[in-house]
Design a protein around this ligand. Sequence first.
Ligand code: GLC
Length: 554
Amino acid sequence: MDKANELAWWQQTIAYEVYPKSFLDTVGQGTGTIAGITQKLDYLQKLGVGALWITPCYKSPMVDNGYDVQDYYAIDPSFGTMDDMDELIARGREHGIRVVMDLVFNHTSDQCTWFQASKESRDSEYADWYVWRDAKPDGSAPTNWRSIFGGSAWEWCEERGQYYLHTFAKQQPDLNWECDEVRKALFDIANYWADKGVGGFRIDAITYIKKPPVFEDGPADGEDGLYPVHAATANTPGILDFLHEFKAAVRDGRDIFMVGEANGVAADELDKWVGTDGVFDMLFEFSHTHVPMGEAEIWCRPVTWELADLKRALVASQRATATNGWYPAFFENHDQPRSTVNFFRCEGPLADKAKVLGAVLLTTRGTPFLYQGEELGFGNATWKSIDEFDDVQTRAQYDFAKGEGLSDAEALAACVRFSRDNARTPLQWDASENAGFSTAMPWLPVHDDYATCNVAAQEADPGSPLVWYRTLASLRAARPELIAGDWQELLSDDENVFAFERTLEDARTVTLTNFSDKNVEYDESLVAGLSVLAGSQGDATPGALRPLEAVIFG
Ligand code: GLC
């Protein structure tokens, strides 16, 4: 027990991500509210949640659902008020749940007063707060970089007579971290929220904050003649100096954690980012989500993969954080399609698939990050036309796919499979109209299956994903080796099974998960002397796994 208690609170707990727009609407407007999150603190506590990451709820024009921040010191009225947020932070603490804020520091909204002043004139106090460049002699954009969401990463600004850089949508201009005042303003914001008593921060899109010294065209990789901005600017040398300054200004001396979103940092680079010499407590790296989606995350480009590839990625992340740093384990977030679809190559019930992933997530080494609906085994939504999607990226990916020569139907199929909106449909609380999410028409449709796939129904069903997740959360809390123990892969050559053991002193737990639709046998001696702690399909037999079955021995 001592060994687990030596770890920080955020290493011992379970984190849960809320997408507030889709969590619970308490005012009948079709979009969720902060009061809705407060109302469900008991629900979260029963899942063992101790850290609650809320995606941005600051004042925003909502072009990218809050990732375009207009005012970091105000709550968007659609979510409620600052009092609602203070109440959530305070009531959360009473439930043993600390709120984790999302800091969007690579860019702001184009409606932010800083940008408004910056674009007005080159003499403004804010003139250098964003990344401005002159046009090429022919008037075209300074470089051929493609924004993450598609199209040029540059937007012309008539007032200033210059282009500004936007790594994401054109309404999300990039901040210029080279400017001392920018960094100070951002650190002040983080300290304001830390002083309010939040438990930590998730730092958005952090790998893009440092731009290269010289801006150059790169080789086109698509029919649009553009070069990915990611390749041009991500992880530019010098970025860690900025982040060390950030840590010293905000993190040091506080009992909080910082988890960075760092697409493009490979597992073998992790020690510069986390741990003793690192800047963050944890880092979301995406090597395992790249397996089904492809590294470039261009949805229309087909990817082939096998379980072996997923296993390799998961094992590499474990190894990279085995002795230094800490791993934030996740399969889903608000940018990924649902994991029940994403990480399986076989057919089969979504509930079984959700339980397999839950077994991995809640018994692996690291802090599990659940995403709303994952504990219910949500699948992707049903989309029939591109007009049904709300997401700015989905619409851009559709256009990109068409530009690559795909037909309407093929471009739509890519969006249906990979769209971020798959993760953003309302949470389903019960079988009433709109799944108990809202009394008004929800901003995105609830799933067709809401009458059976909802919290109330699953609470009453001992075989449901929700009950399974609760069982695993209790198991994790009761067995120190699941928190503090070492992690070792088992059955590494098995094509269908992902398996590992956790060991701490004399205690040993073995997790076996069958990702296939076949019956699988394994050497029984692997679990000799252990008994079944939990089986996703009820009883379990040592040496055999049913299709899509997960068993934990200890
Ligand atoms: C991150 C967020 C994503 C957002 C983007 C721009 O990747 O997770 O939702 O669109 O940054 O802020």
